[in-house]
Design a protein around this ligand. Sequence first.
Ligand code: ASP
Ligand code: MG
Length: 439
Amino acid sequence: MKVMKFGGTSVGKPQRMQEVANLVTKNDEPTIVVLSALSGTTNALVEISESLSHGDRNAARQQINALHEHYKNFITALLKNDSSLKKATDVLNEHFEFLTIILRISFSEALNKDILAQGELLSTKLFSIYLDEINVDHVLLPALDFMTIDVHDEPQVGTIKVKLAQLLQKNKDKKIFITQGYICRNARGEVDNLKRGGSDYSASLIAAAINASVCEIWTDIDGMHNNDPRIVDKTYPVEQLSFEEAAELAYFGAKILHPASIWPAHFYNVPVKLLNTMEPSARGTLITEKAGSVGAKAVAAKDGITAIRIKSSRMLLAYGFLRKVFEVFEKYRTSIDMITTSEVAVSVTIDNDVNLPDIIKELEPFGTIETDSNQTIVSVVGNEIEETKDVMKRLFDAIEPIPVRMVSYGGSKHNVTLLIDRQHKEQTLQLLNKGLFGL
Ligand code: ASP
Ligand code: MG
């Protein structure tokens, strides 16, 4: 059995959705199809939620109506038969009526999650109606019946596995299963989600839970590129990556894959393929246990980083110092991305600064605290970098004009991470493209 996940742009236009049906039915293996919301929908739902949270019902009503219009046009172009069109109209009415009803309810976080869930519920139901119209036998599996997160918002593959197995057991004769990405139930049984872009994560969790032969992630680009194609002119898809390399790239900024989506596939050893709906025959990127080749393979960058330096001539030599520093971050559930140390200071980076004022206050007894915001992490990823002779030399020669705030190397065998000021990001990526990949 395999998993095929299609992102928002892959189902965002009626014709695209029809092509997805084509791709799904072309393959013989039993398949769980995971869909995102149509492109733009989740953003629209976020806006509706925001209007409501500000008590601006008129704005919310207008946004809901505009979205409803968009979907009405979508189904008229997607479907031919009157009976399917009637079914789809009923689905739209049901979901947009729900959105209209909430205009009268007072806003809460639980309601926000309900609103955000509408996109995936709509895309899967409309896709299912389309499959019915073209006579493709399939089952709609509600993600809310099996995708769960615990009190720490962590999905548990074990639980998902048991629930999903029961659902599949009931439909033993079927080959195509459709389900929603992104949405889930939390420990209180409420509708929740796996955070923005979380459909990839859903796909990987499902692939792990059913021990899939492959987890295919279909998007609108032909794989993970060696550099950011939005910034650098000449980039190319990387053919093969190890799970570690892919996780590093996804975490440090490659937008194609949700950062959390690597671990379930990695842990359960399910190969992941990144494929392009617009160019289905392109090879894409294969992610497996094996790295394929050695040397630098790709560069990714992540903005919005804050660096914190803790200077202390007294404490740093003392054992237990780093533990105390880390405990502060742990207390505020803020994860550290990079860390570098010297005898008199330690620097760490975080990408979530909501608790920064509290963190600084608690760090102050340890020494002098300096922070730099608006930093960018640039991660150079590859296999056995430390054993590939000239990578470090080429890297630093390439970025010679760039002031580097932090360097992290040796944490693993497959990356070198730099911290630079955001203003130097474009230049750094371009220089690295030349220096490392000769482009
Ligand atoms: N629809 C959700 C979002 O836009 C989840 C996803 O597409 O992965 O964030
Ligand atoms: Mg997406």
